[in-house]
Design a protein around this ligand. Structure first.
Ligand SMILES: Cc1cc2nc3c(=O)[nH]c(=O)nc-3n(C[C@H](O)[C@H](O)[C@H](O)COP(=O)(O)OP(=O)(O)OC[C@H]3O[C@@H](n4cnc5c(N)ncnc54)[C@H](O)[C@@H]3O)c2cc1C
Length: 360
């Protein structure tokens, strides 16, 4: 079957890998002009890593063994062993690993944003419009176009997607001393008053990702400029314990990204007719769950399984196959959305939660 995929992020690339492995012909249309080197990194839970490896995707990064929650002075408040096999990975390395696992790079067309979808009276997509003015047709349409998905807005124009109260500034620094200090551990420093924390995650032998989570009502987010971001982070955490001041001094703030997560209820369904929503397009998850990447991978694998079942022939069975995909993935993701809200709520309270920020 011919599959058109919108978005070359984790969900889009993994869908192409999993669907091609089952004999489908895929093409990916990506809004960006080239493969995304942007982004910093994340913690991958073992389920996601196992799926990646099963499909021949090389997973870089470093094993993450312990979680330490600390106060501003660096004293350990709580510690926990990480789920066995968890890793911290640079986003660029994961994207490169996924692209390398595609049969050919020609399956991606860059600078080709999904602009709109045309539907038959029965609700099937009959064509997709791309921004350069091109129309494309396929048997199956996969929307993996991220947290502000055009396809989701088309299917559910009234669905509320508020900006979450907790935002993140994310940076990366090459810092041997921080790597030595952190070892194979994930550390998170919490301000006693609540609503402010800094996470420190080694993602390679040289680089450490740090992120500041902050209550945007208590601490209005900084302006776009590098100087405004440096001033903001330094004012709030510049005197905290080692290695935070060192990491901040070694960070190029022109690359620091302000993340504005979306807070939304679980959609009634992740599909319509021959169109499936995947990854953040289907279910933007709170960063507190650490499940965004692994859920995107699981969506892609579930989709490939459902549409390749014997009854899922393009003409008759595709809508039923997508209904099965939707039911399976909704049931998995709905608890993560709920847990994300609880974790965010706890984070805002004074003496905020010290527990491991991974939804189970
Ligand atoms: C540039 C970038 C950097 C990120 N950095 C981090 C990070 O450091 N830490 C972290 O935890 N999470 C990060 N994320 C989010 C994380 O990758 C996702 O939450 C998770 O991997 C789910 O993946 P996804 O494929 O559903 O969405 P995404 O990874 O967001 O991928 C969506 C893709 O769709 C493309 N796209 C958007 N609109 C259209 C359109 N209309 N037509 C075609 N293509 C479109 C985007 O350019 C992007 O490539 C980042 C996402 C992006 C896009």
């Amino acid at each position: 079957m011919d599959v058109a995929i919108f978005g070359a992020g984790v969900a889009g690339l993994m869908s192409a890998i999993a669907l091609q492995a089952r004999g489908h012909r895929c093409h990916i249309y990506e809004r960006a002009r080239q493969s995304q080197q942007m982004g910093m990194g994340f913690i991958l839970v073992p389920e996601g890593i196992n799926e990646l490896r099963r499909f021949g995707v090389e997973v870089a990064g470093v094993p993450t063994l312990h979680y330490y929650c600390r106060n501003e002075a660096g004293e350990v408040l709580y510690e926990e062993i990480m789920p066995g096999g968890a890793r911290s990975v640079r986003r660029a390395d994961l994207i490169a690993g996924l692209v390398n696992a595609l049969p050919s790079r020609d399956v991606i067309t860059f600078d080709a944003a999904l602009d709109g979808l045309e539907f038959s009276p029965a609700g099937d997509v009959v064509a997709a419009r791309l921004v350069p003015g091109k129309q494309i047709q396929a048997d199956l349409y996969v929307a993996a176009d991220g947290g502000r998905s055009r396809a989701r807005q088309t299917l559910f124009p009234e669905w509320p997607a508020r900006e979450a109260q907790v935002m993140e500034l994310v940076g990366i620094a090459a810092c041997g001393r921080a790597i030595e200090w952190a070892g194979h551990n994930f550390n998170k420093f919490h301000a006693q008053g609540g609503g402010l924390a800094v996470g420190v995650v080694p993602v390679s032998k040289e680089q450490v990702v740090w992120y500041m989570q902050f209550d945007s009502r208590q601490f209005p987010p900084p302006a776009e400029s590098a100087d405004a971001r440096r001033d903001f982070v330094t004012r709030l955490a510049g005197t905290w314990a080692h290695p935070i001041p060192l990491l901040l001094s070694l960070t190029d703030f022109s690359g620091v990204h302000l993340w504005r997560p979306v807070d939304t209820d679980v959609l009634p369904h992740f599909h319509q007719g021959n169109l499936a929503l995947l990854g953040d397009a289907a279910h933007p998850l709170s960063p507190f769950t650490s499940q965004g990447v692994s859920s995107a991978i699981a969506d892609a694998v579930a989709l490939a399984k459902c549409v390749t079942a014997p009854q899922a022939v393009p003409e008759s069975g595709i809508a039923e196959a997508l209904a099965e995909y939707s039911a399976e993935r909704r049931a998995q993701c709905a608890p993560f959305l709920a847990q994300g809200r609880v974790l965010a709520h706890d984070f805002l309270a004074p003496g905020s939660s010290v527990l491991l920020p991974i939804a189970q």
